[in-house]
Ligand binder design. Sequence first.
Ligand code: EPZ
Length: 424
Amino acid sequence: MDKVRIIGGTPLKGEIRISGAKNAALKLMCASILSDHALILDNVPRLADIRTTAQLLDSLGIGVKFEAPEGEAGAQRLTLTAGSLNNTVADYDIVRKMRAGILVLGPLLAKYHKARVSLPGGCAIGTRPVDLHLKGLTQLGAEIELESGYIVAAAPQGLVGADVTFPFVSVGATENLMMAATLAKGRTQLFNAAREPEIVDLANCLIAMGAQITGAGTDRIVIEGVDALHAAQHTVMADRIETGTYAMAIAATRGDATLVGALPETLGAAIEAMQAAGVIIDAVPNGMRIRCGALVGTDVMTEPYPGFPTDLQAQMMALMTTAQGASMLTETIFENRFMHVPELSRMGANINLHGRSAMVRGVTRLTGAPVMATDLRASVALVIAGLVAQGETFVNRIYHLDRGYERLDLKLAACGAQIERMAG
Ligand code: EPZ
């Protein structure tokens, strides 16, 4: 299994170009099911999860074509042409690799009035049920049964618009329902909807395809169903979590670098937390410049958007390990998202876990060590720690990083990091 070797201690300097957002692109790809015509997506990142979703769509019979524009190392154009599908089964072998596979359920039901989608199951960060997706689709008229590990759903007369109130905020359930409602008869209102920027990006793409949606980005989204969607082109938004990750890496190494293409307006709470911790952040044309003053301990609690994102909690913890004083990081979204704690401790961090909070007391230095993590954001937090630590760090199980960070080693190396990928 490939690993990353890092010799820590070099401040990151230079420029990092931010890629298209994984968590936007995955849903945008699923939206292609809703129309017979081509959906062209630009700025699609080269990531393992994108390839898995492409494989899933291909298995349904969707035409999948990747093209790389000249001169752009990462960004690629993806054309998805659904035509008329005769397969509406999303197989276990693909969905088990990636939970976002559940996002084909709403579009398949809306367009083809039936779907058979493998239940995704739990994952390292928590049990992650899909009950809100199923309840919401049932309210739109779907009949849903669970059979041999599959969700078997049907709406023989098509979906019908309804008022759906989510008992708590779910990004995926909001997206699945929003997509499904575009082709339902009549009006759907989603109350207590998630407000993440990726939902706004998805709504903008659906609107470009002919959907009638208002309120995306607020907690009430209104969708007026239409008969059909048409061809469209959409550019995937910049990845706010990749942006926050590199900002924290630059600050942790006491570097000075610019994140090109970053969208600071999508990172309000994370920017506030970093500034409170002593990170200097300046808006520059087409991006953000990150520098670091004296780092001080800062408390953070994860919350649905616009709160501090759970997907940056591990990286913020890595940043806080060498800050002066104490920080309390509280995770409220997932029940098991502290897998980086024992590994950071092996590198010399002083962290105590108390239920869903972690108390970090800053130390003067971390030391390199062989480490591994069982999810994407925990893995990248260990990379940040490795960049700061004295000596050599090996981060094992690099396939987690490949799921969500495009050319991570090359982007960091271009800013002076001593980092290399190693086979085996
Ligand atoms: C999305 O997951 C992201 N994934 C996650 O990013 C992110 O951490 C999460 O939103 C929260 O921001 C993608 O966009 C592909 P949720 P999602 O539904 O949609 C519970 C990363 O590292 N829940 O908002 O699955 C759930 O267990 C990933 O890139 C139910 O109980 O998250 C969790 O505790 C990891 N029943 C909470 O709600 C449901 O039916 C929020 O989950 C649905 C969710």
